[in-house]
Write a protein that binds this ligand. Structure first.
Ligand code: SF4
Length: 499
């Protein structure tokens, strides 16, 4: 059913909005479509046979953007008989049938719980020449059971859980992604192993709140154990995770990070606000003292750790004193980077209807002060690394810019972005290879290393990049964790970077 009239395979394109969860879901969407016989459309192809929008409901105006993009596709579809448009992701989960009422030229609407149905829905819509809308209220199959077309040869996402048991008042995730479902550690590790077998060097464990991992199968120390188990996987050089939650962060995780050689010393821990009153209004059940206490312990255990965060400015009711407290915490925490957001209403969240929404200019002015404060600190933190040797996992570059500057880029073990000169090794270093080099200059958001590299290691990931092969993980052997398993620990609440 997936071949075009001329007999050639139907082409597809996935357009992704939003967070890492969506980026990883898009890898699954691509894997599913390729398993069903579709082929990825060329970048420049303006008329793929199938266009899938993987949407995000987090931002205000996300729906205007989607309907605008769907509107642009309408004349394209009219000129291209047989073209199909599918809409999935959080906005689809939220708007459901409304999408085909507003944009009747859409063929398929699918939700966050049934990504796996997409190929069948496309076939059915084509066969019946009607729109197919299928939204499930809860997860059918753990999404990692689906075939996945990975975007990178050297780094991969691996979900350890989906959904969230918390109720942060600015966040739409719990109502759209449902309650937390944890994947069995053995299944997670099997997927990690499968990726490493394909040459992947770095894995990021993904969950809305990784620190509550294990709540479903009754082990509150499961996340630390999972990190430690990663050290048994030969060839796995770097392990990262996102996002932790300060409320559920336990000391054993810090110990596991410090004592497991392949776990990177980088921690992205959302602060959101330094004011306890605002944290309360956000329904984030830790306080700034606890947050700073975790950072203190991380720094004692791993003095080289880079700590990054997310901060929301201008939450409803935030006073100047509240904001000043956020600046205090930023100064004390000494982040190496911070993602800063101006609060904007997200329809369907409790905060959207709170009194005391702040005027835009107040939010803007605080935001600018926050950025200035953050940059002063991140720059000072980065300057401490000038003269140090860093290990860089080389990333896919920026084409012409790299040629012009004679540099390539990648991430240090602590997650910092490094632009490095290739010197005499120009042309030999591939994405996925490992380079050691010395930092010569620091900017607020990156480091430069302009001397010749000290060492270059060719890797299997680099070979795969050179050969144009991306890893694929098949959708087998990974089971949905038992639902209803007794939970020994009380259900934790937590938070993430869902900004
Ligand atoms: S911000 Fe993170 S922890 Fe809070 S409700 Fe959203 S997903 Fe859960």
């Amino acid at each position: 059913m997936t071949t075009a009239a001329a007999g050639s395979p139907r082409t597809y394109q996935v357009r992704t909005y939003g967070c890492q969860m969506n980026v990883h879901d898009s890898e699954r969407i691509s894997g599913l479509l390729e398993d069903a016989g579709y082929v990825r459309a060329a970048e420049a192809d303006e008329q793929p046979d199938v266009v899938v929008f993987n949407t995000c409901a987090v931002r205000e105006n996300a729906d205007n953007r989607l309907y605008g993009n769907l509107g642009h596709l309408r004349p394209v579809k009219a000129k291209h008989p047989g073209m199909q448009i599918a809409v999935g992701g959080c906005l689809a989960q939220k708007d459901r049938g409304e999408i085909v009422r507003k944009a009747p030229w859409v063929d398929v609407v699918f939700g966050t719980h049934n990504i796996g149905s997409l190929p069948v829905l496309l076939d059915r819509a084509r066969h019946n020449t009607t729109a197919e809308v299928e939204i499930l209220e809860s997860l059918e199959v753990f999404p990692s059971t689906l075939p996945t077309r990975r975007e990178s040869t050297y780094a991969g996402w691996v979900s350890i859980s989906v959904g969230c048991n918390n109720t942060c008042t600015f966040c739409i995730v719990p109502s759209l992604r449902g309650k937390e479902k944890d994947r069995r550690p053995g299944d997670v590790l099997s997927e990690v192993r499968a990726l490493v077998d394909e040459g992947v060097l770095e894995v990021t464990l993904l969950g809305q709140n990784v620190n509550s991992y294990g709540v479903e199968f009754g082990d509150r120390y499961a996340f630390g154990k999972l990190l430690r188990a990663c050290s048994d996987i030969d060839g796995l050089e770097r392990v990262r995770f996102t996002s932790p939650h300060p409320k559920d962060f336990t000391d054993d995780v810090i110990a596991a990070m410090a004592e497991t050689p392949n776990v990177c010393h980088s921690l992205h821990m959302p602060l959101q606000s330094g004011s306890d009153d605002v944290l309360r209004a956000m329904r984030r059940s830790y306080r700034s003292e606890r947050y700073l206490g975790i950072i203190e312990k991380v720094r004692v255990a791993m003095p080289d750790a880079a700590i990054t965060t997310d901060i929301i400015v201008g939450f409803p009711g935030e006073t100047e004193a509240d904001f000043a407290r956020t600046l205090d915490v930023v100064r004390e925490a000494r982040f190496s980077s911070a993602f800063t957001f101006q609060y904007s209403k997200r329809p369907g969240t409790p905060a959207a209807t709170m009194d005391d929404q702040l005027p835009k200019q107040v939010v803007q002015e605080r935001y600018e002060r926050l950025i200035a404060c953050v940059e002063e600190i991140t720059w000072a933190e980065n300057r401490k690394l000038v003269g140090e040797t860093v290990e860089v996992l080389v990333a896919v570059g920026e084409g012409r810019k790299d040629e012009r500057t004679g540099r390539m880029s990648g991430r240090a073990r602590d997650g910092r972005l490094v632009h490095f000169a290739t010197g005499e090794l120009a042309g030999q270093i591939r994405p996925g290879d490992i380079v050691h080099t010395t930092v010569t200059y620091a900017a607020p958001h990156h480091l430069n290393a302009d001397g010749a590299p000290l060492a270059h290691r060719r890797t299997r990931a680099g070979d795969a990049a050179e050969a144009g092969r991306a890893p694929r993980t098949p959708g087998v052997l990974l089971g949905l964790p038992t639902i209803g398993a007794p939970a020994a620990a009380p259900a934790p609440t937590g938070g993430c970077a869902a900004t």
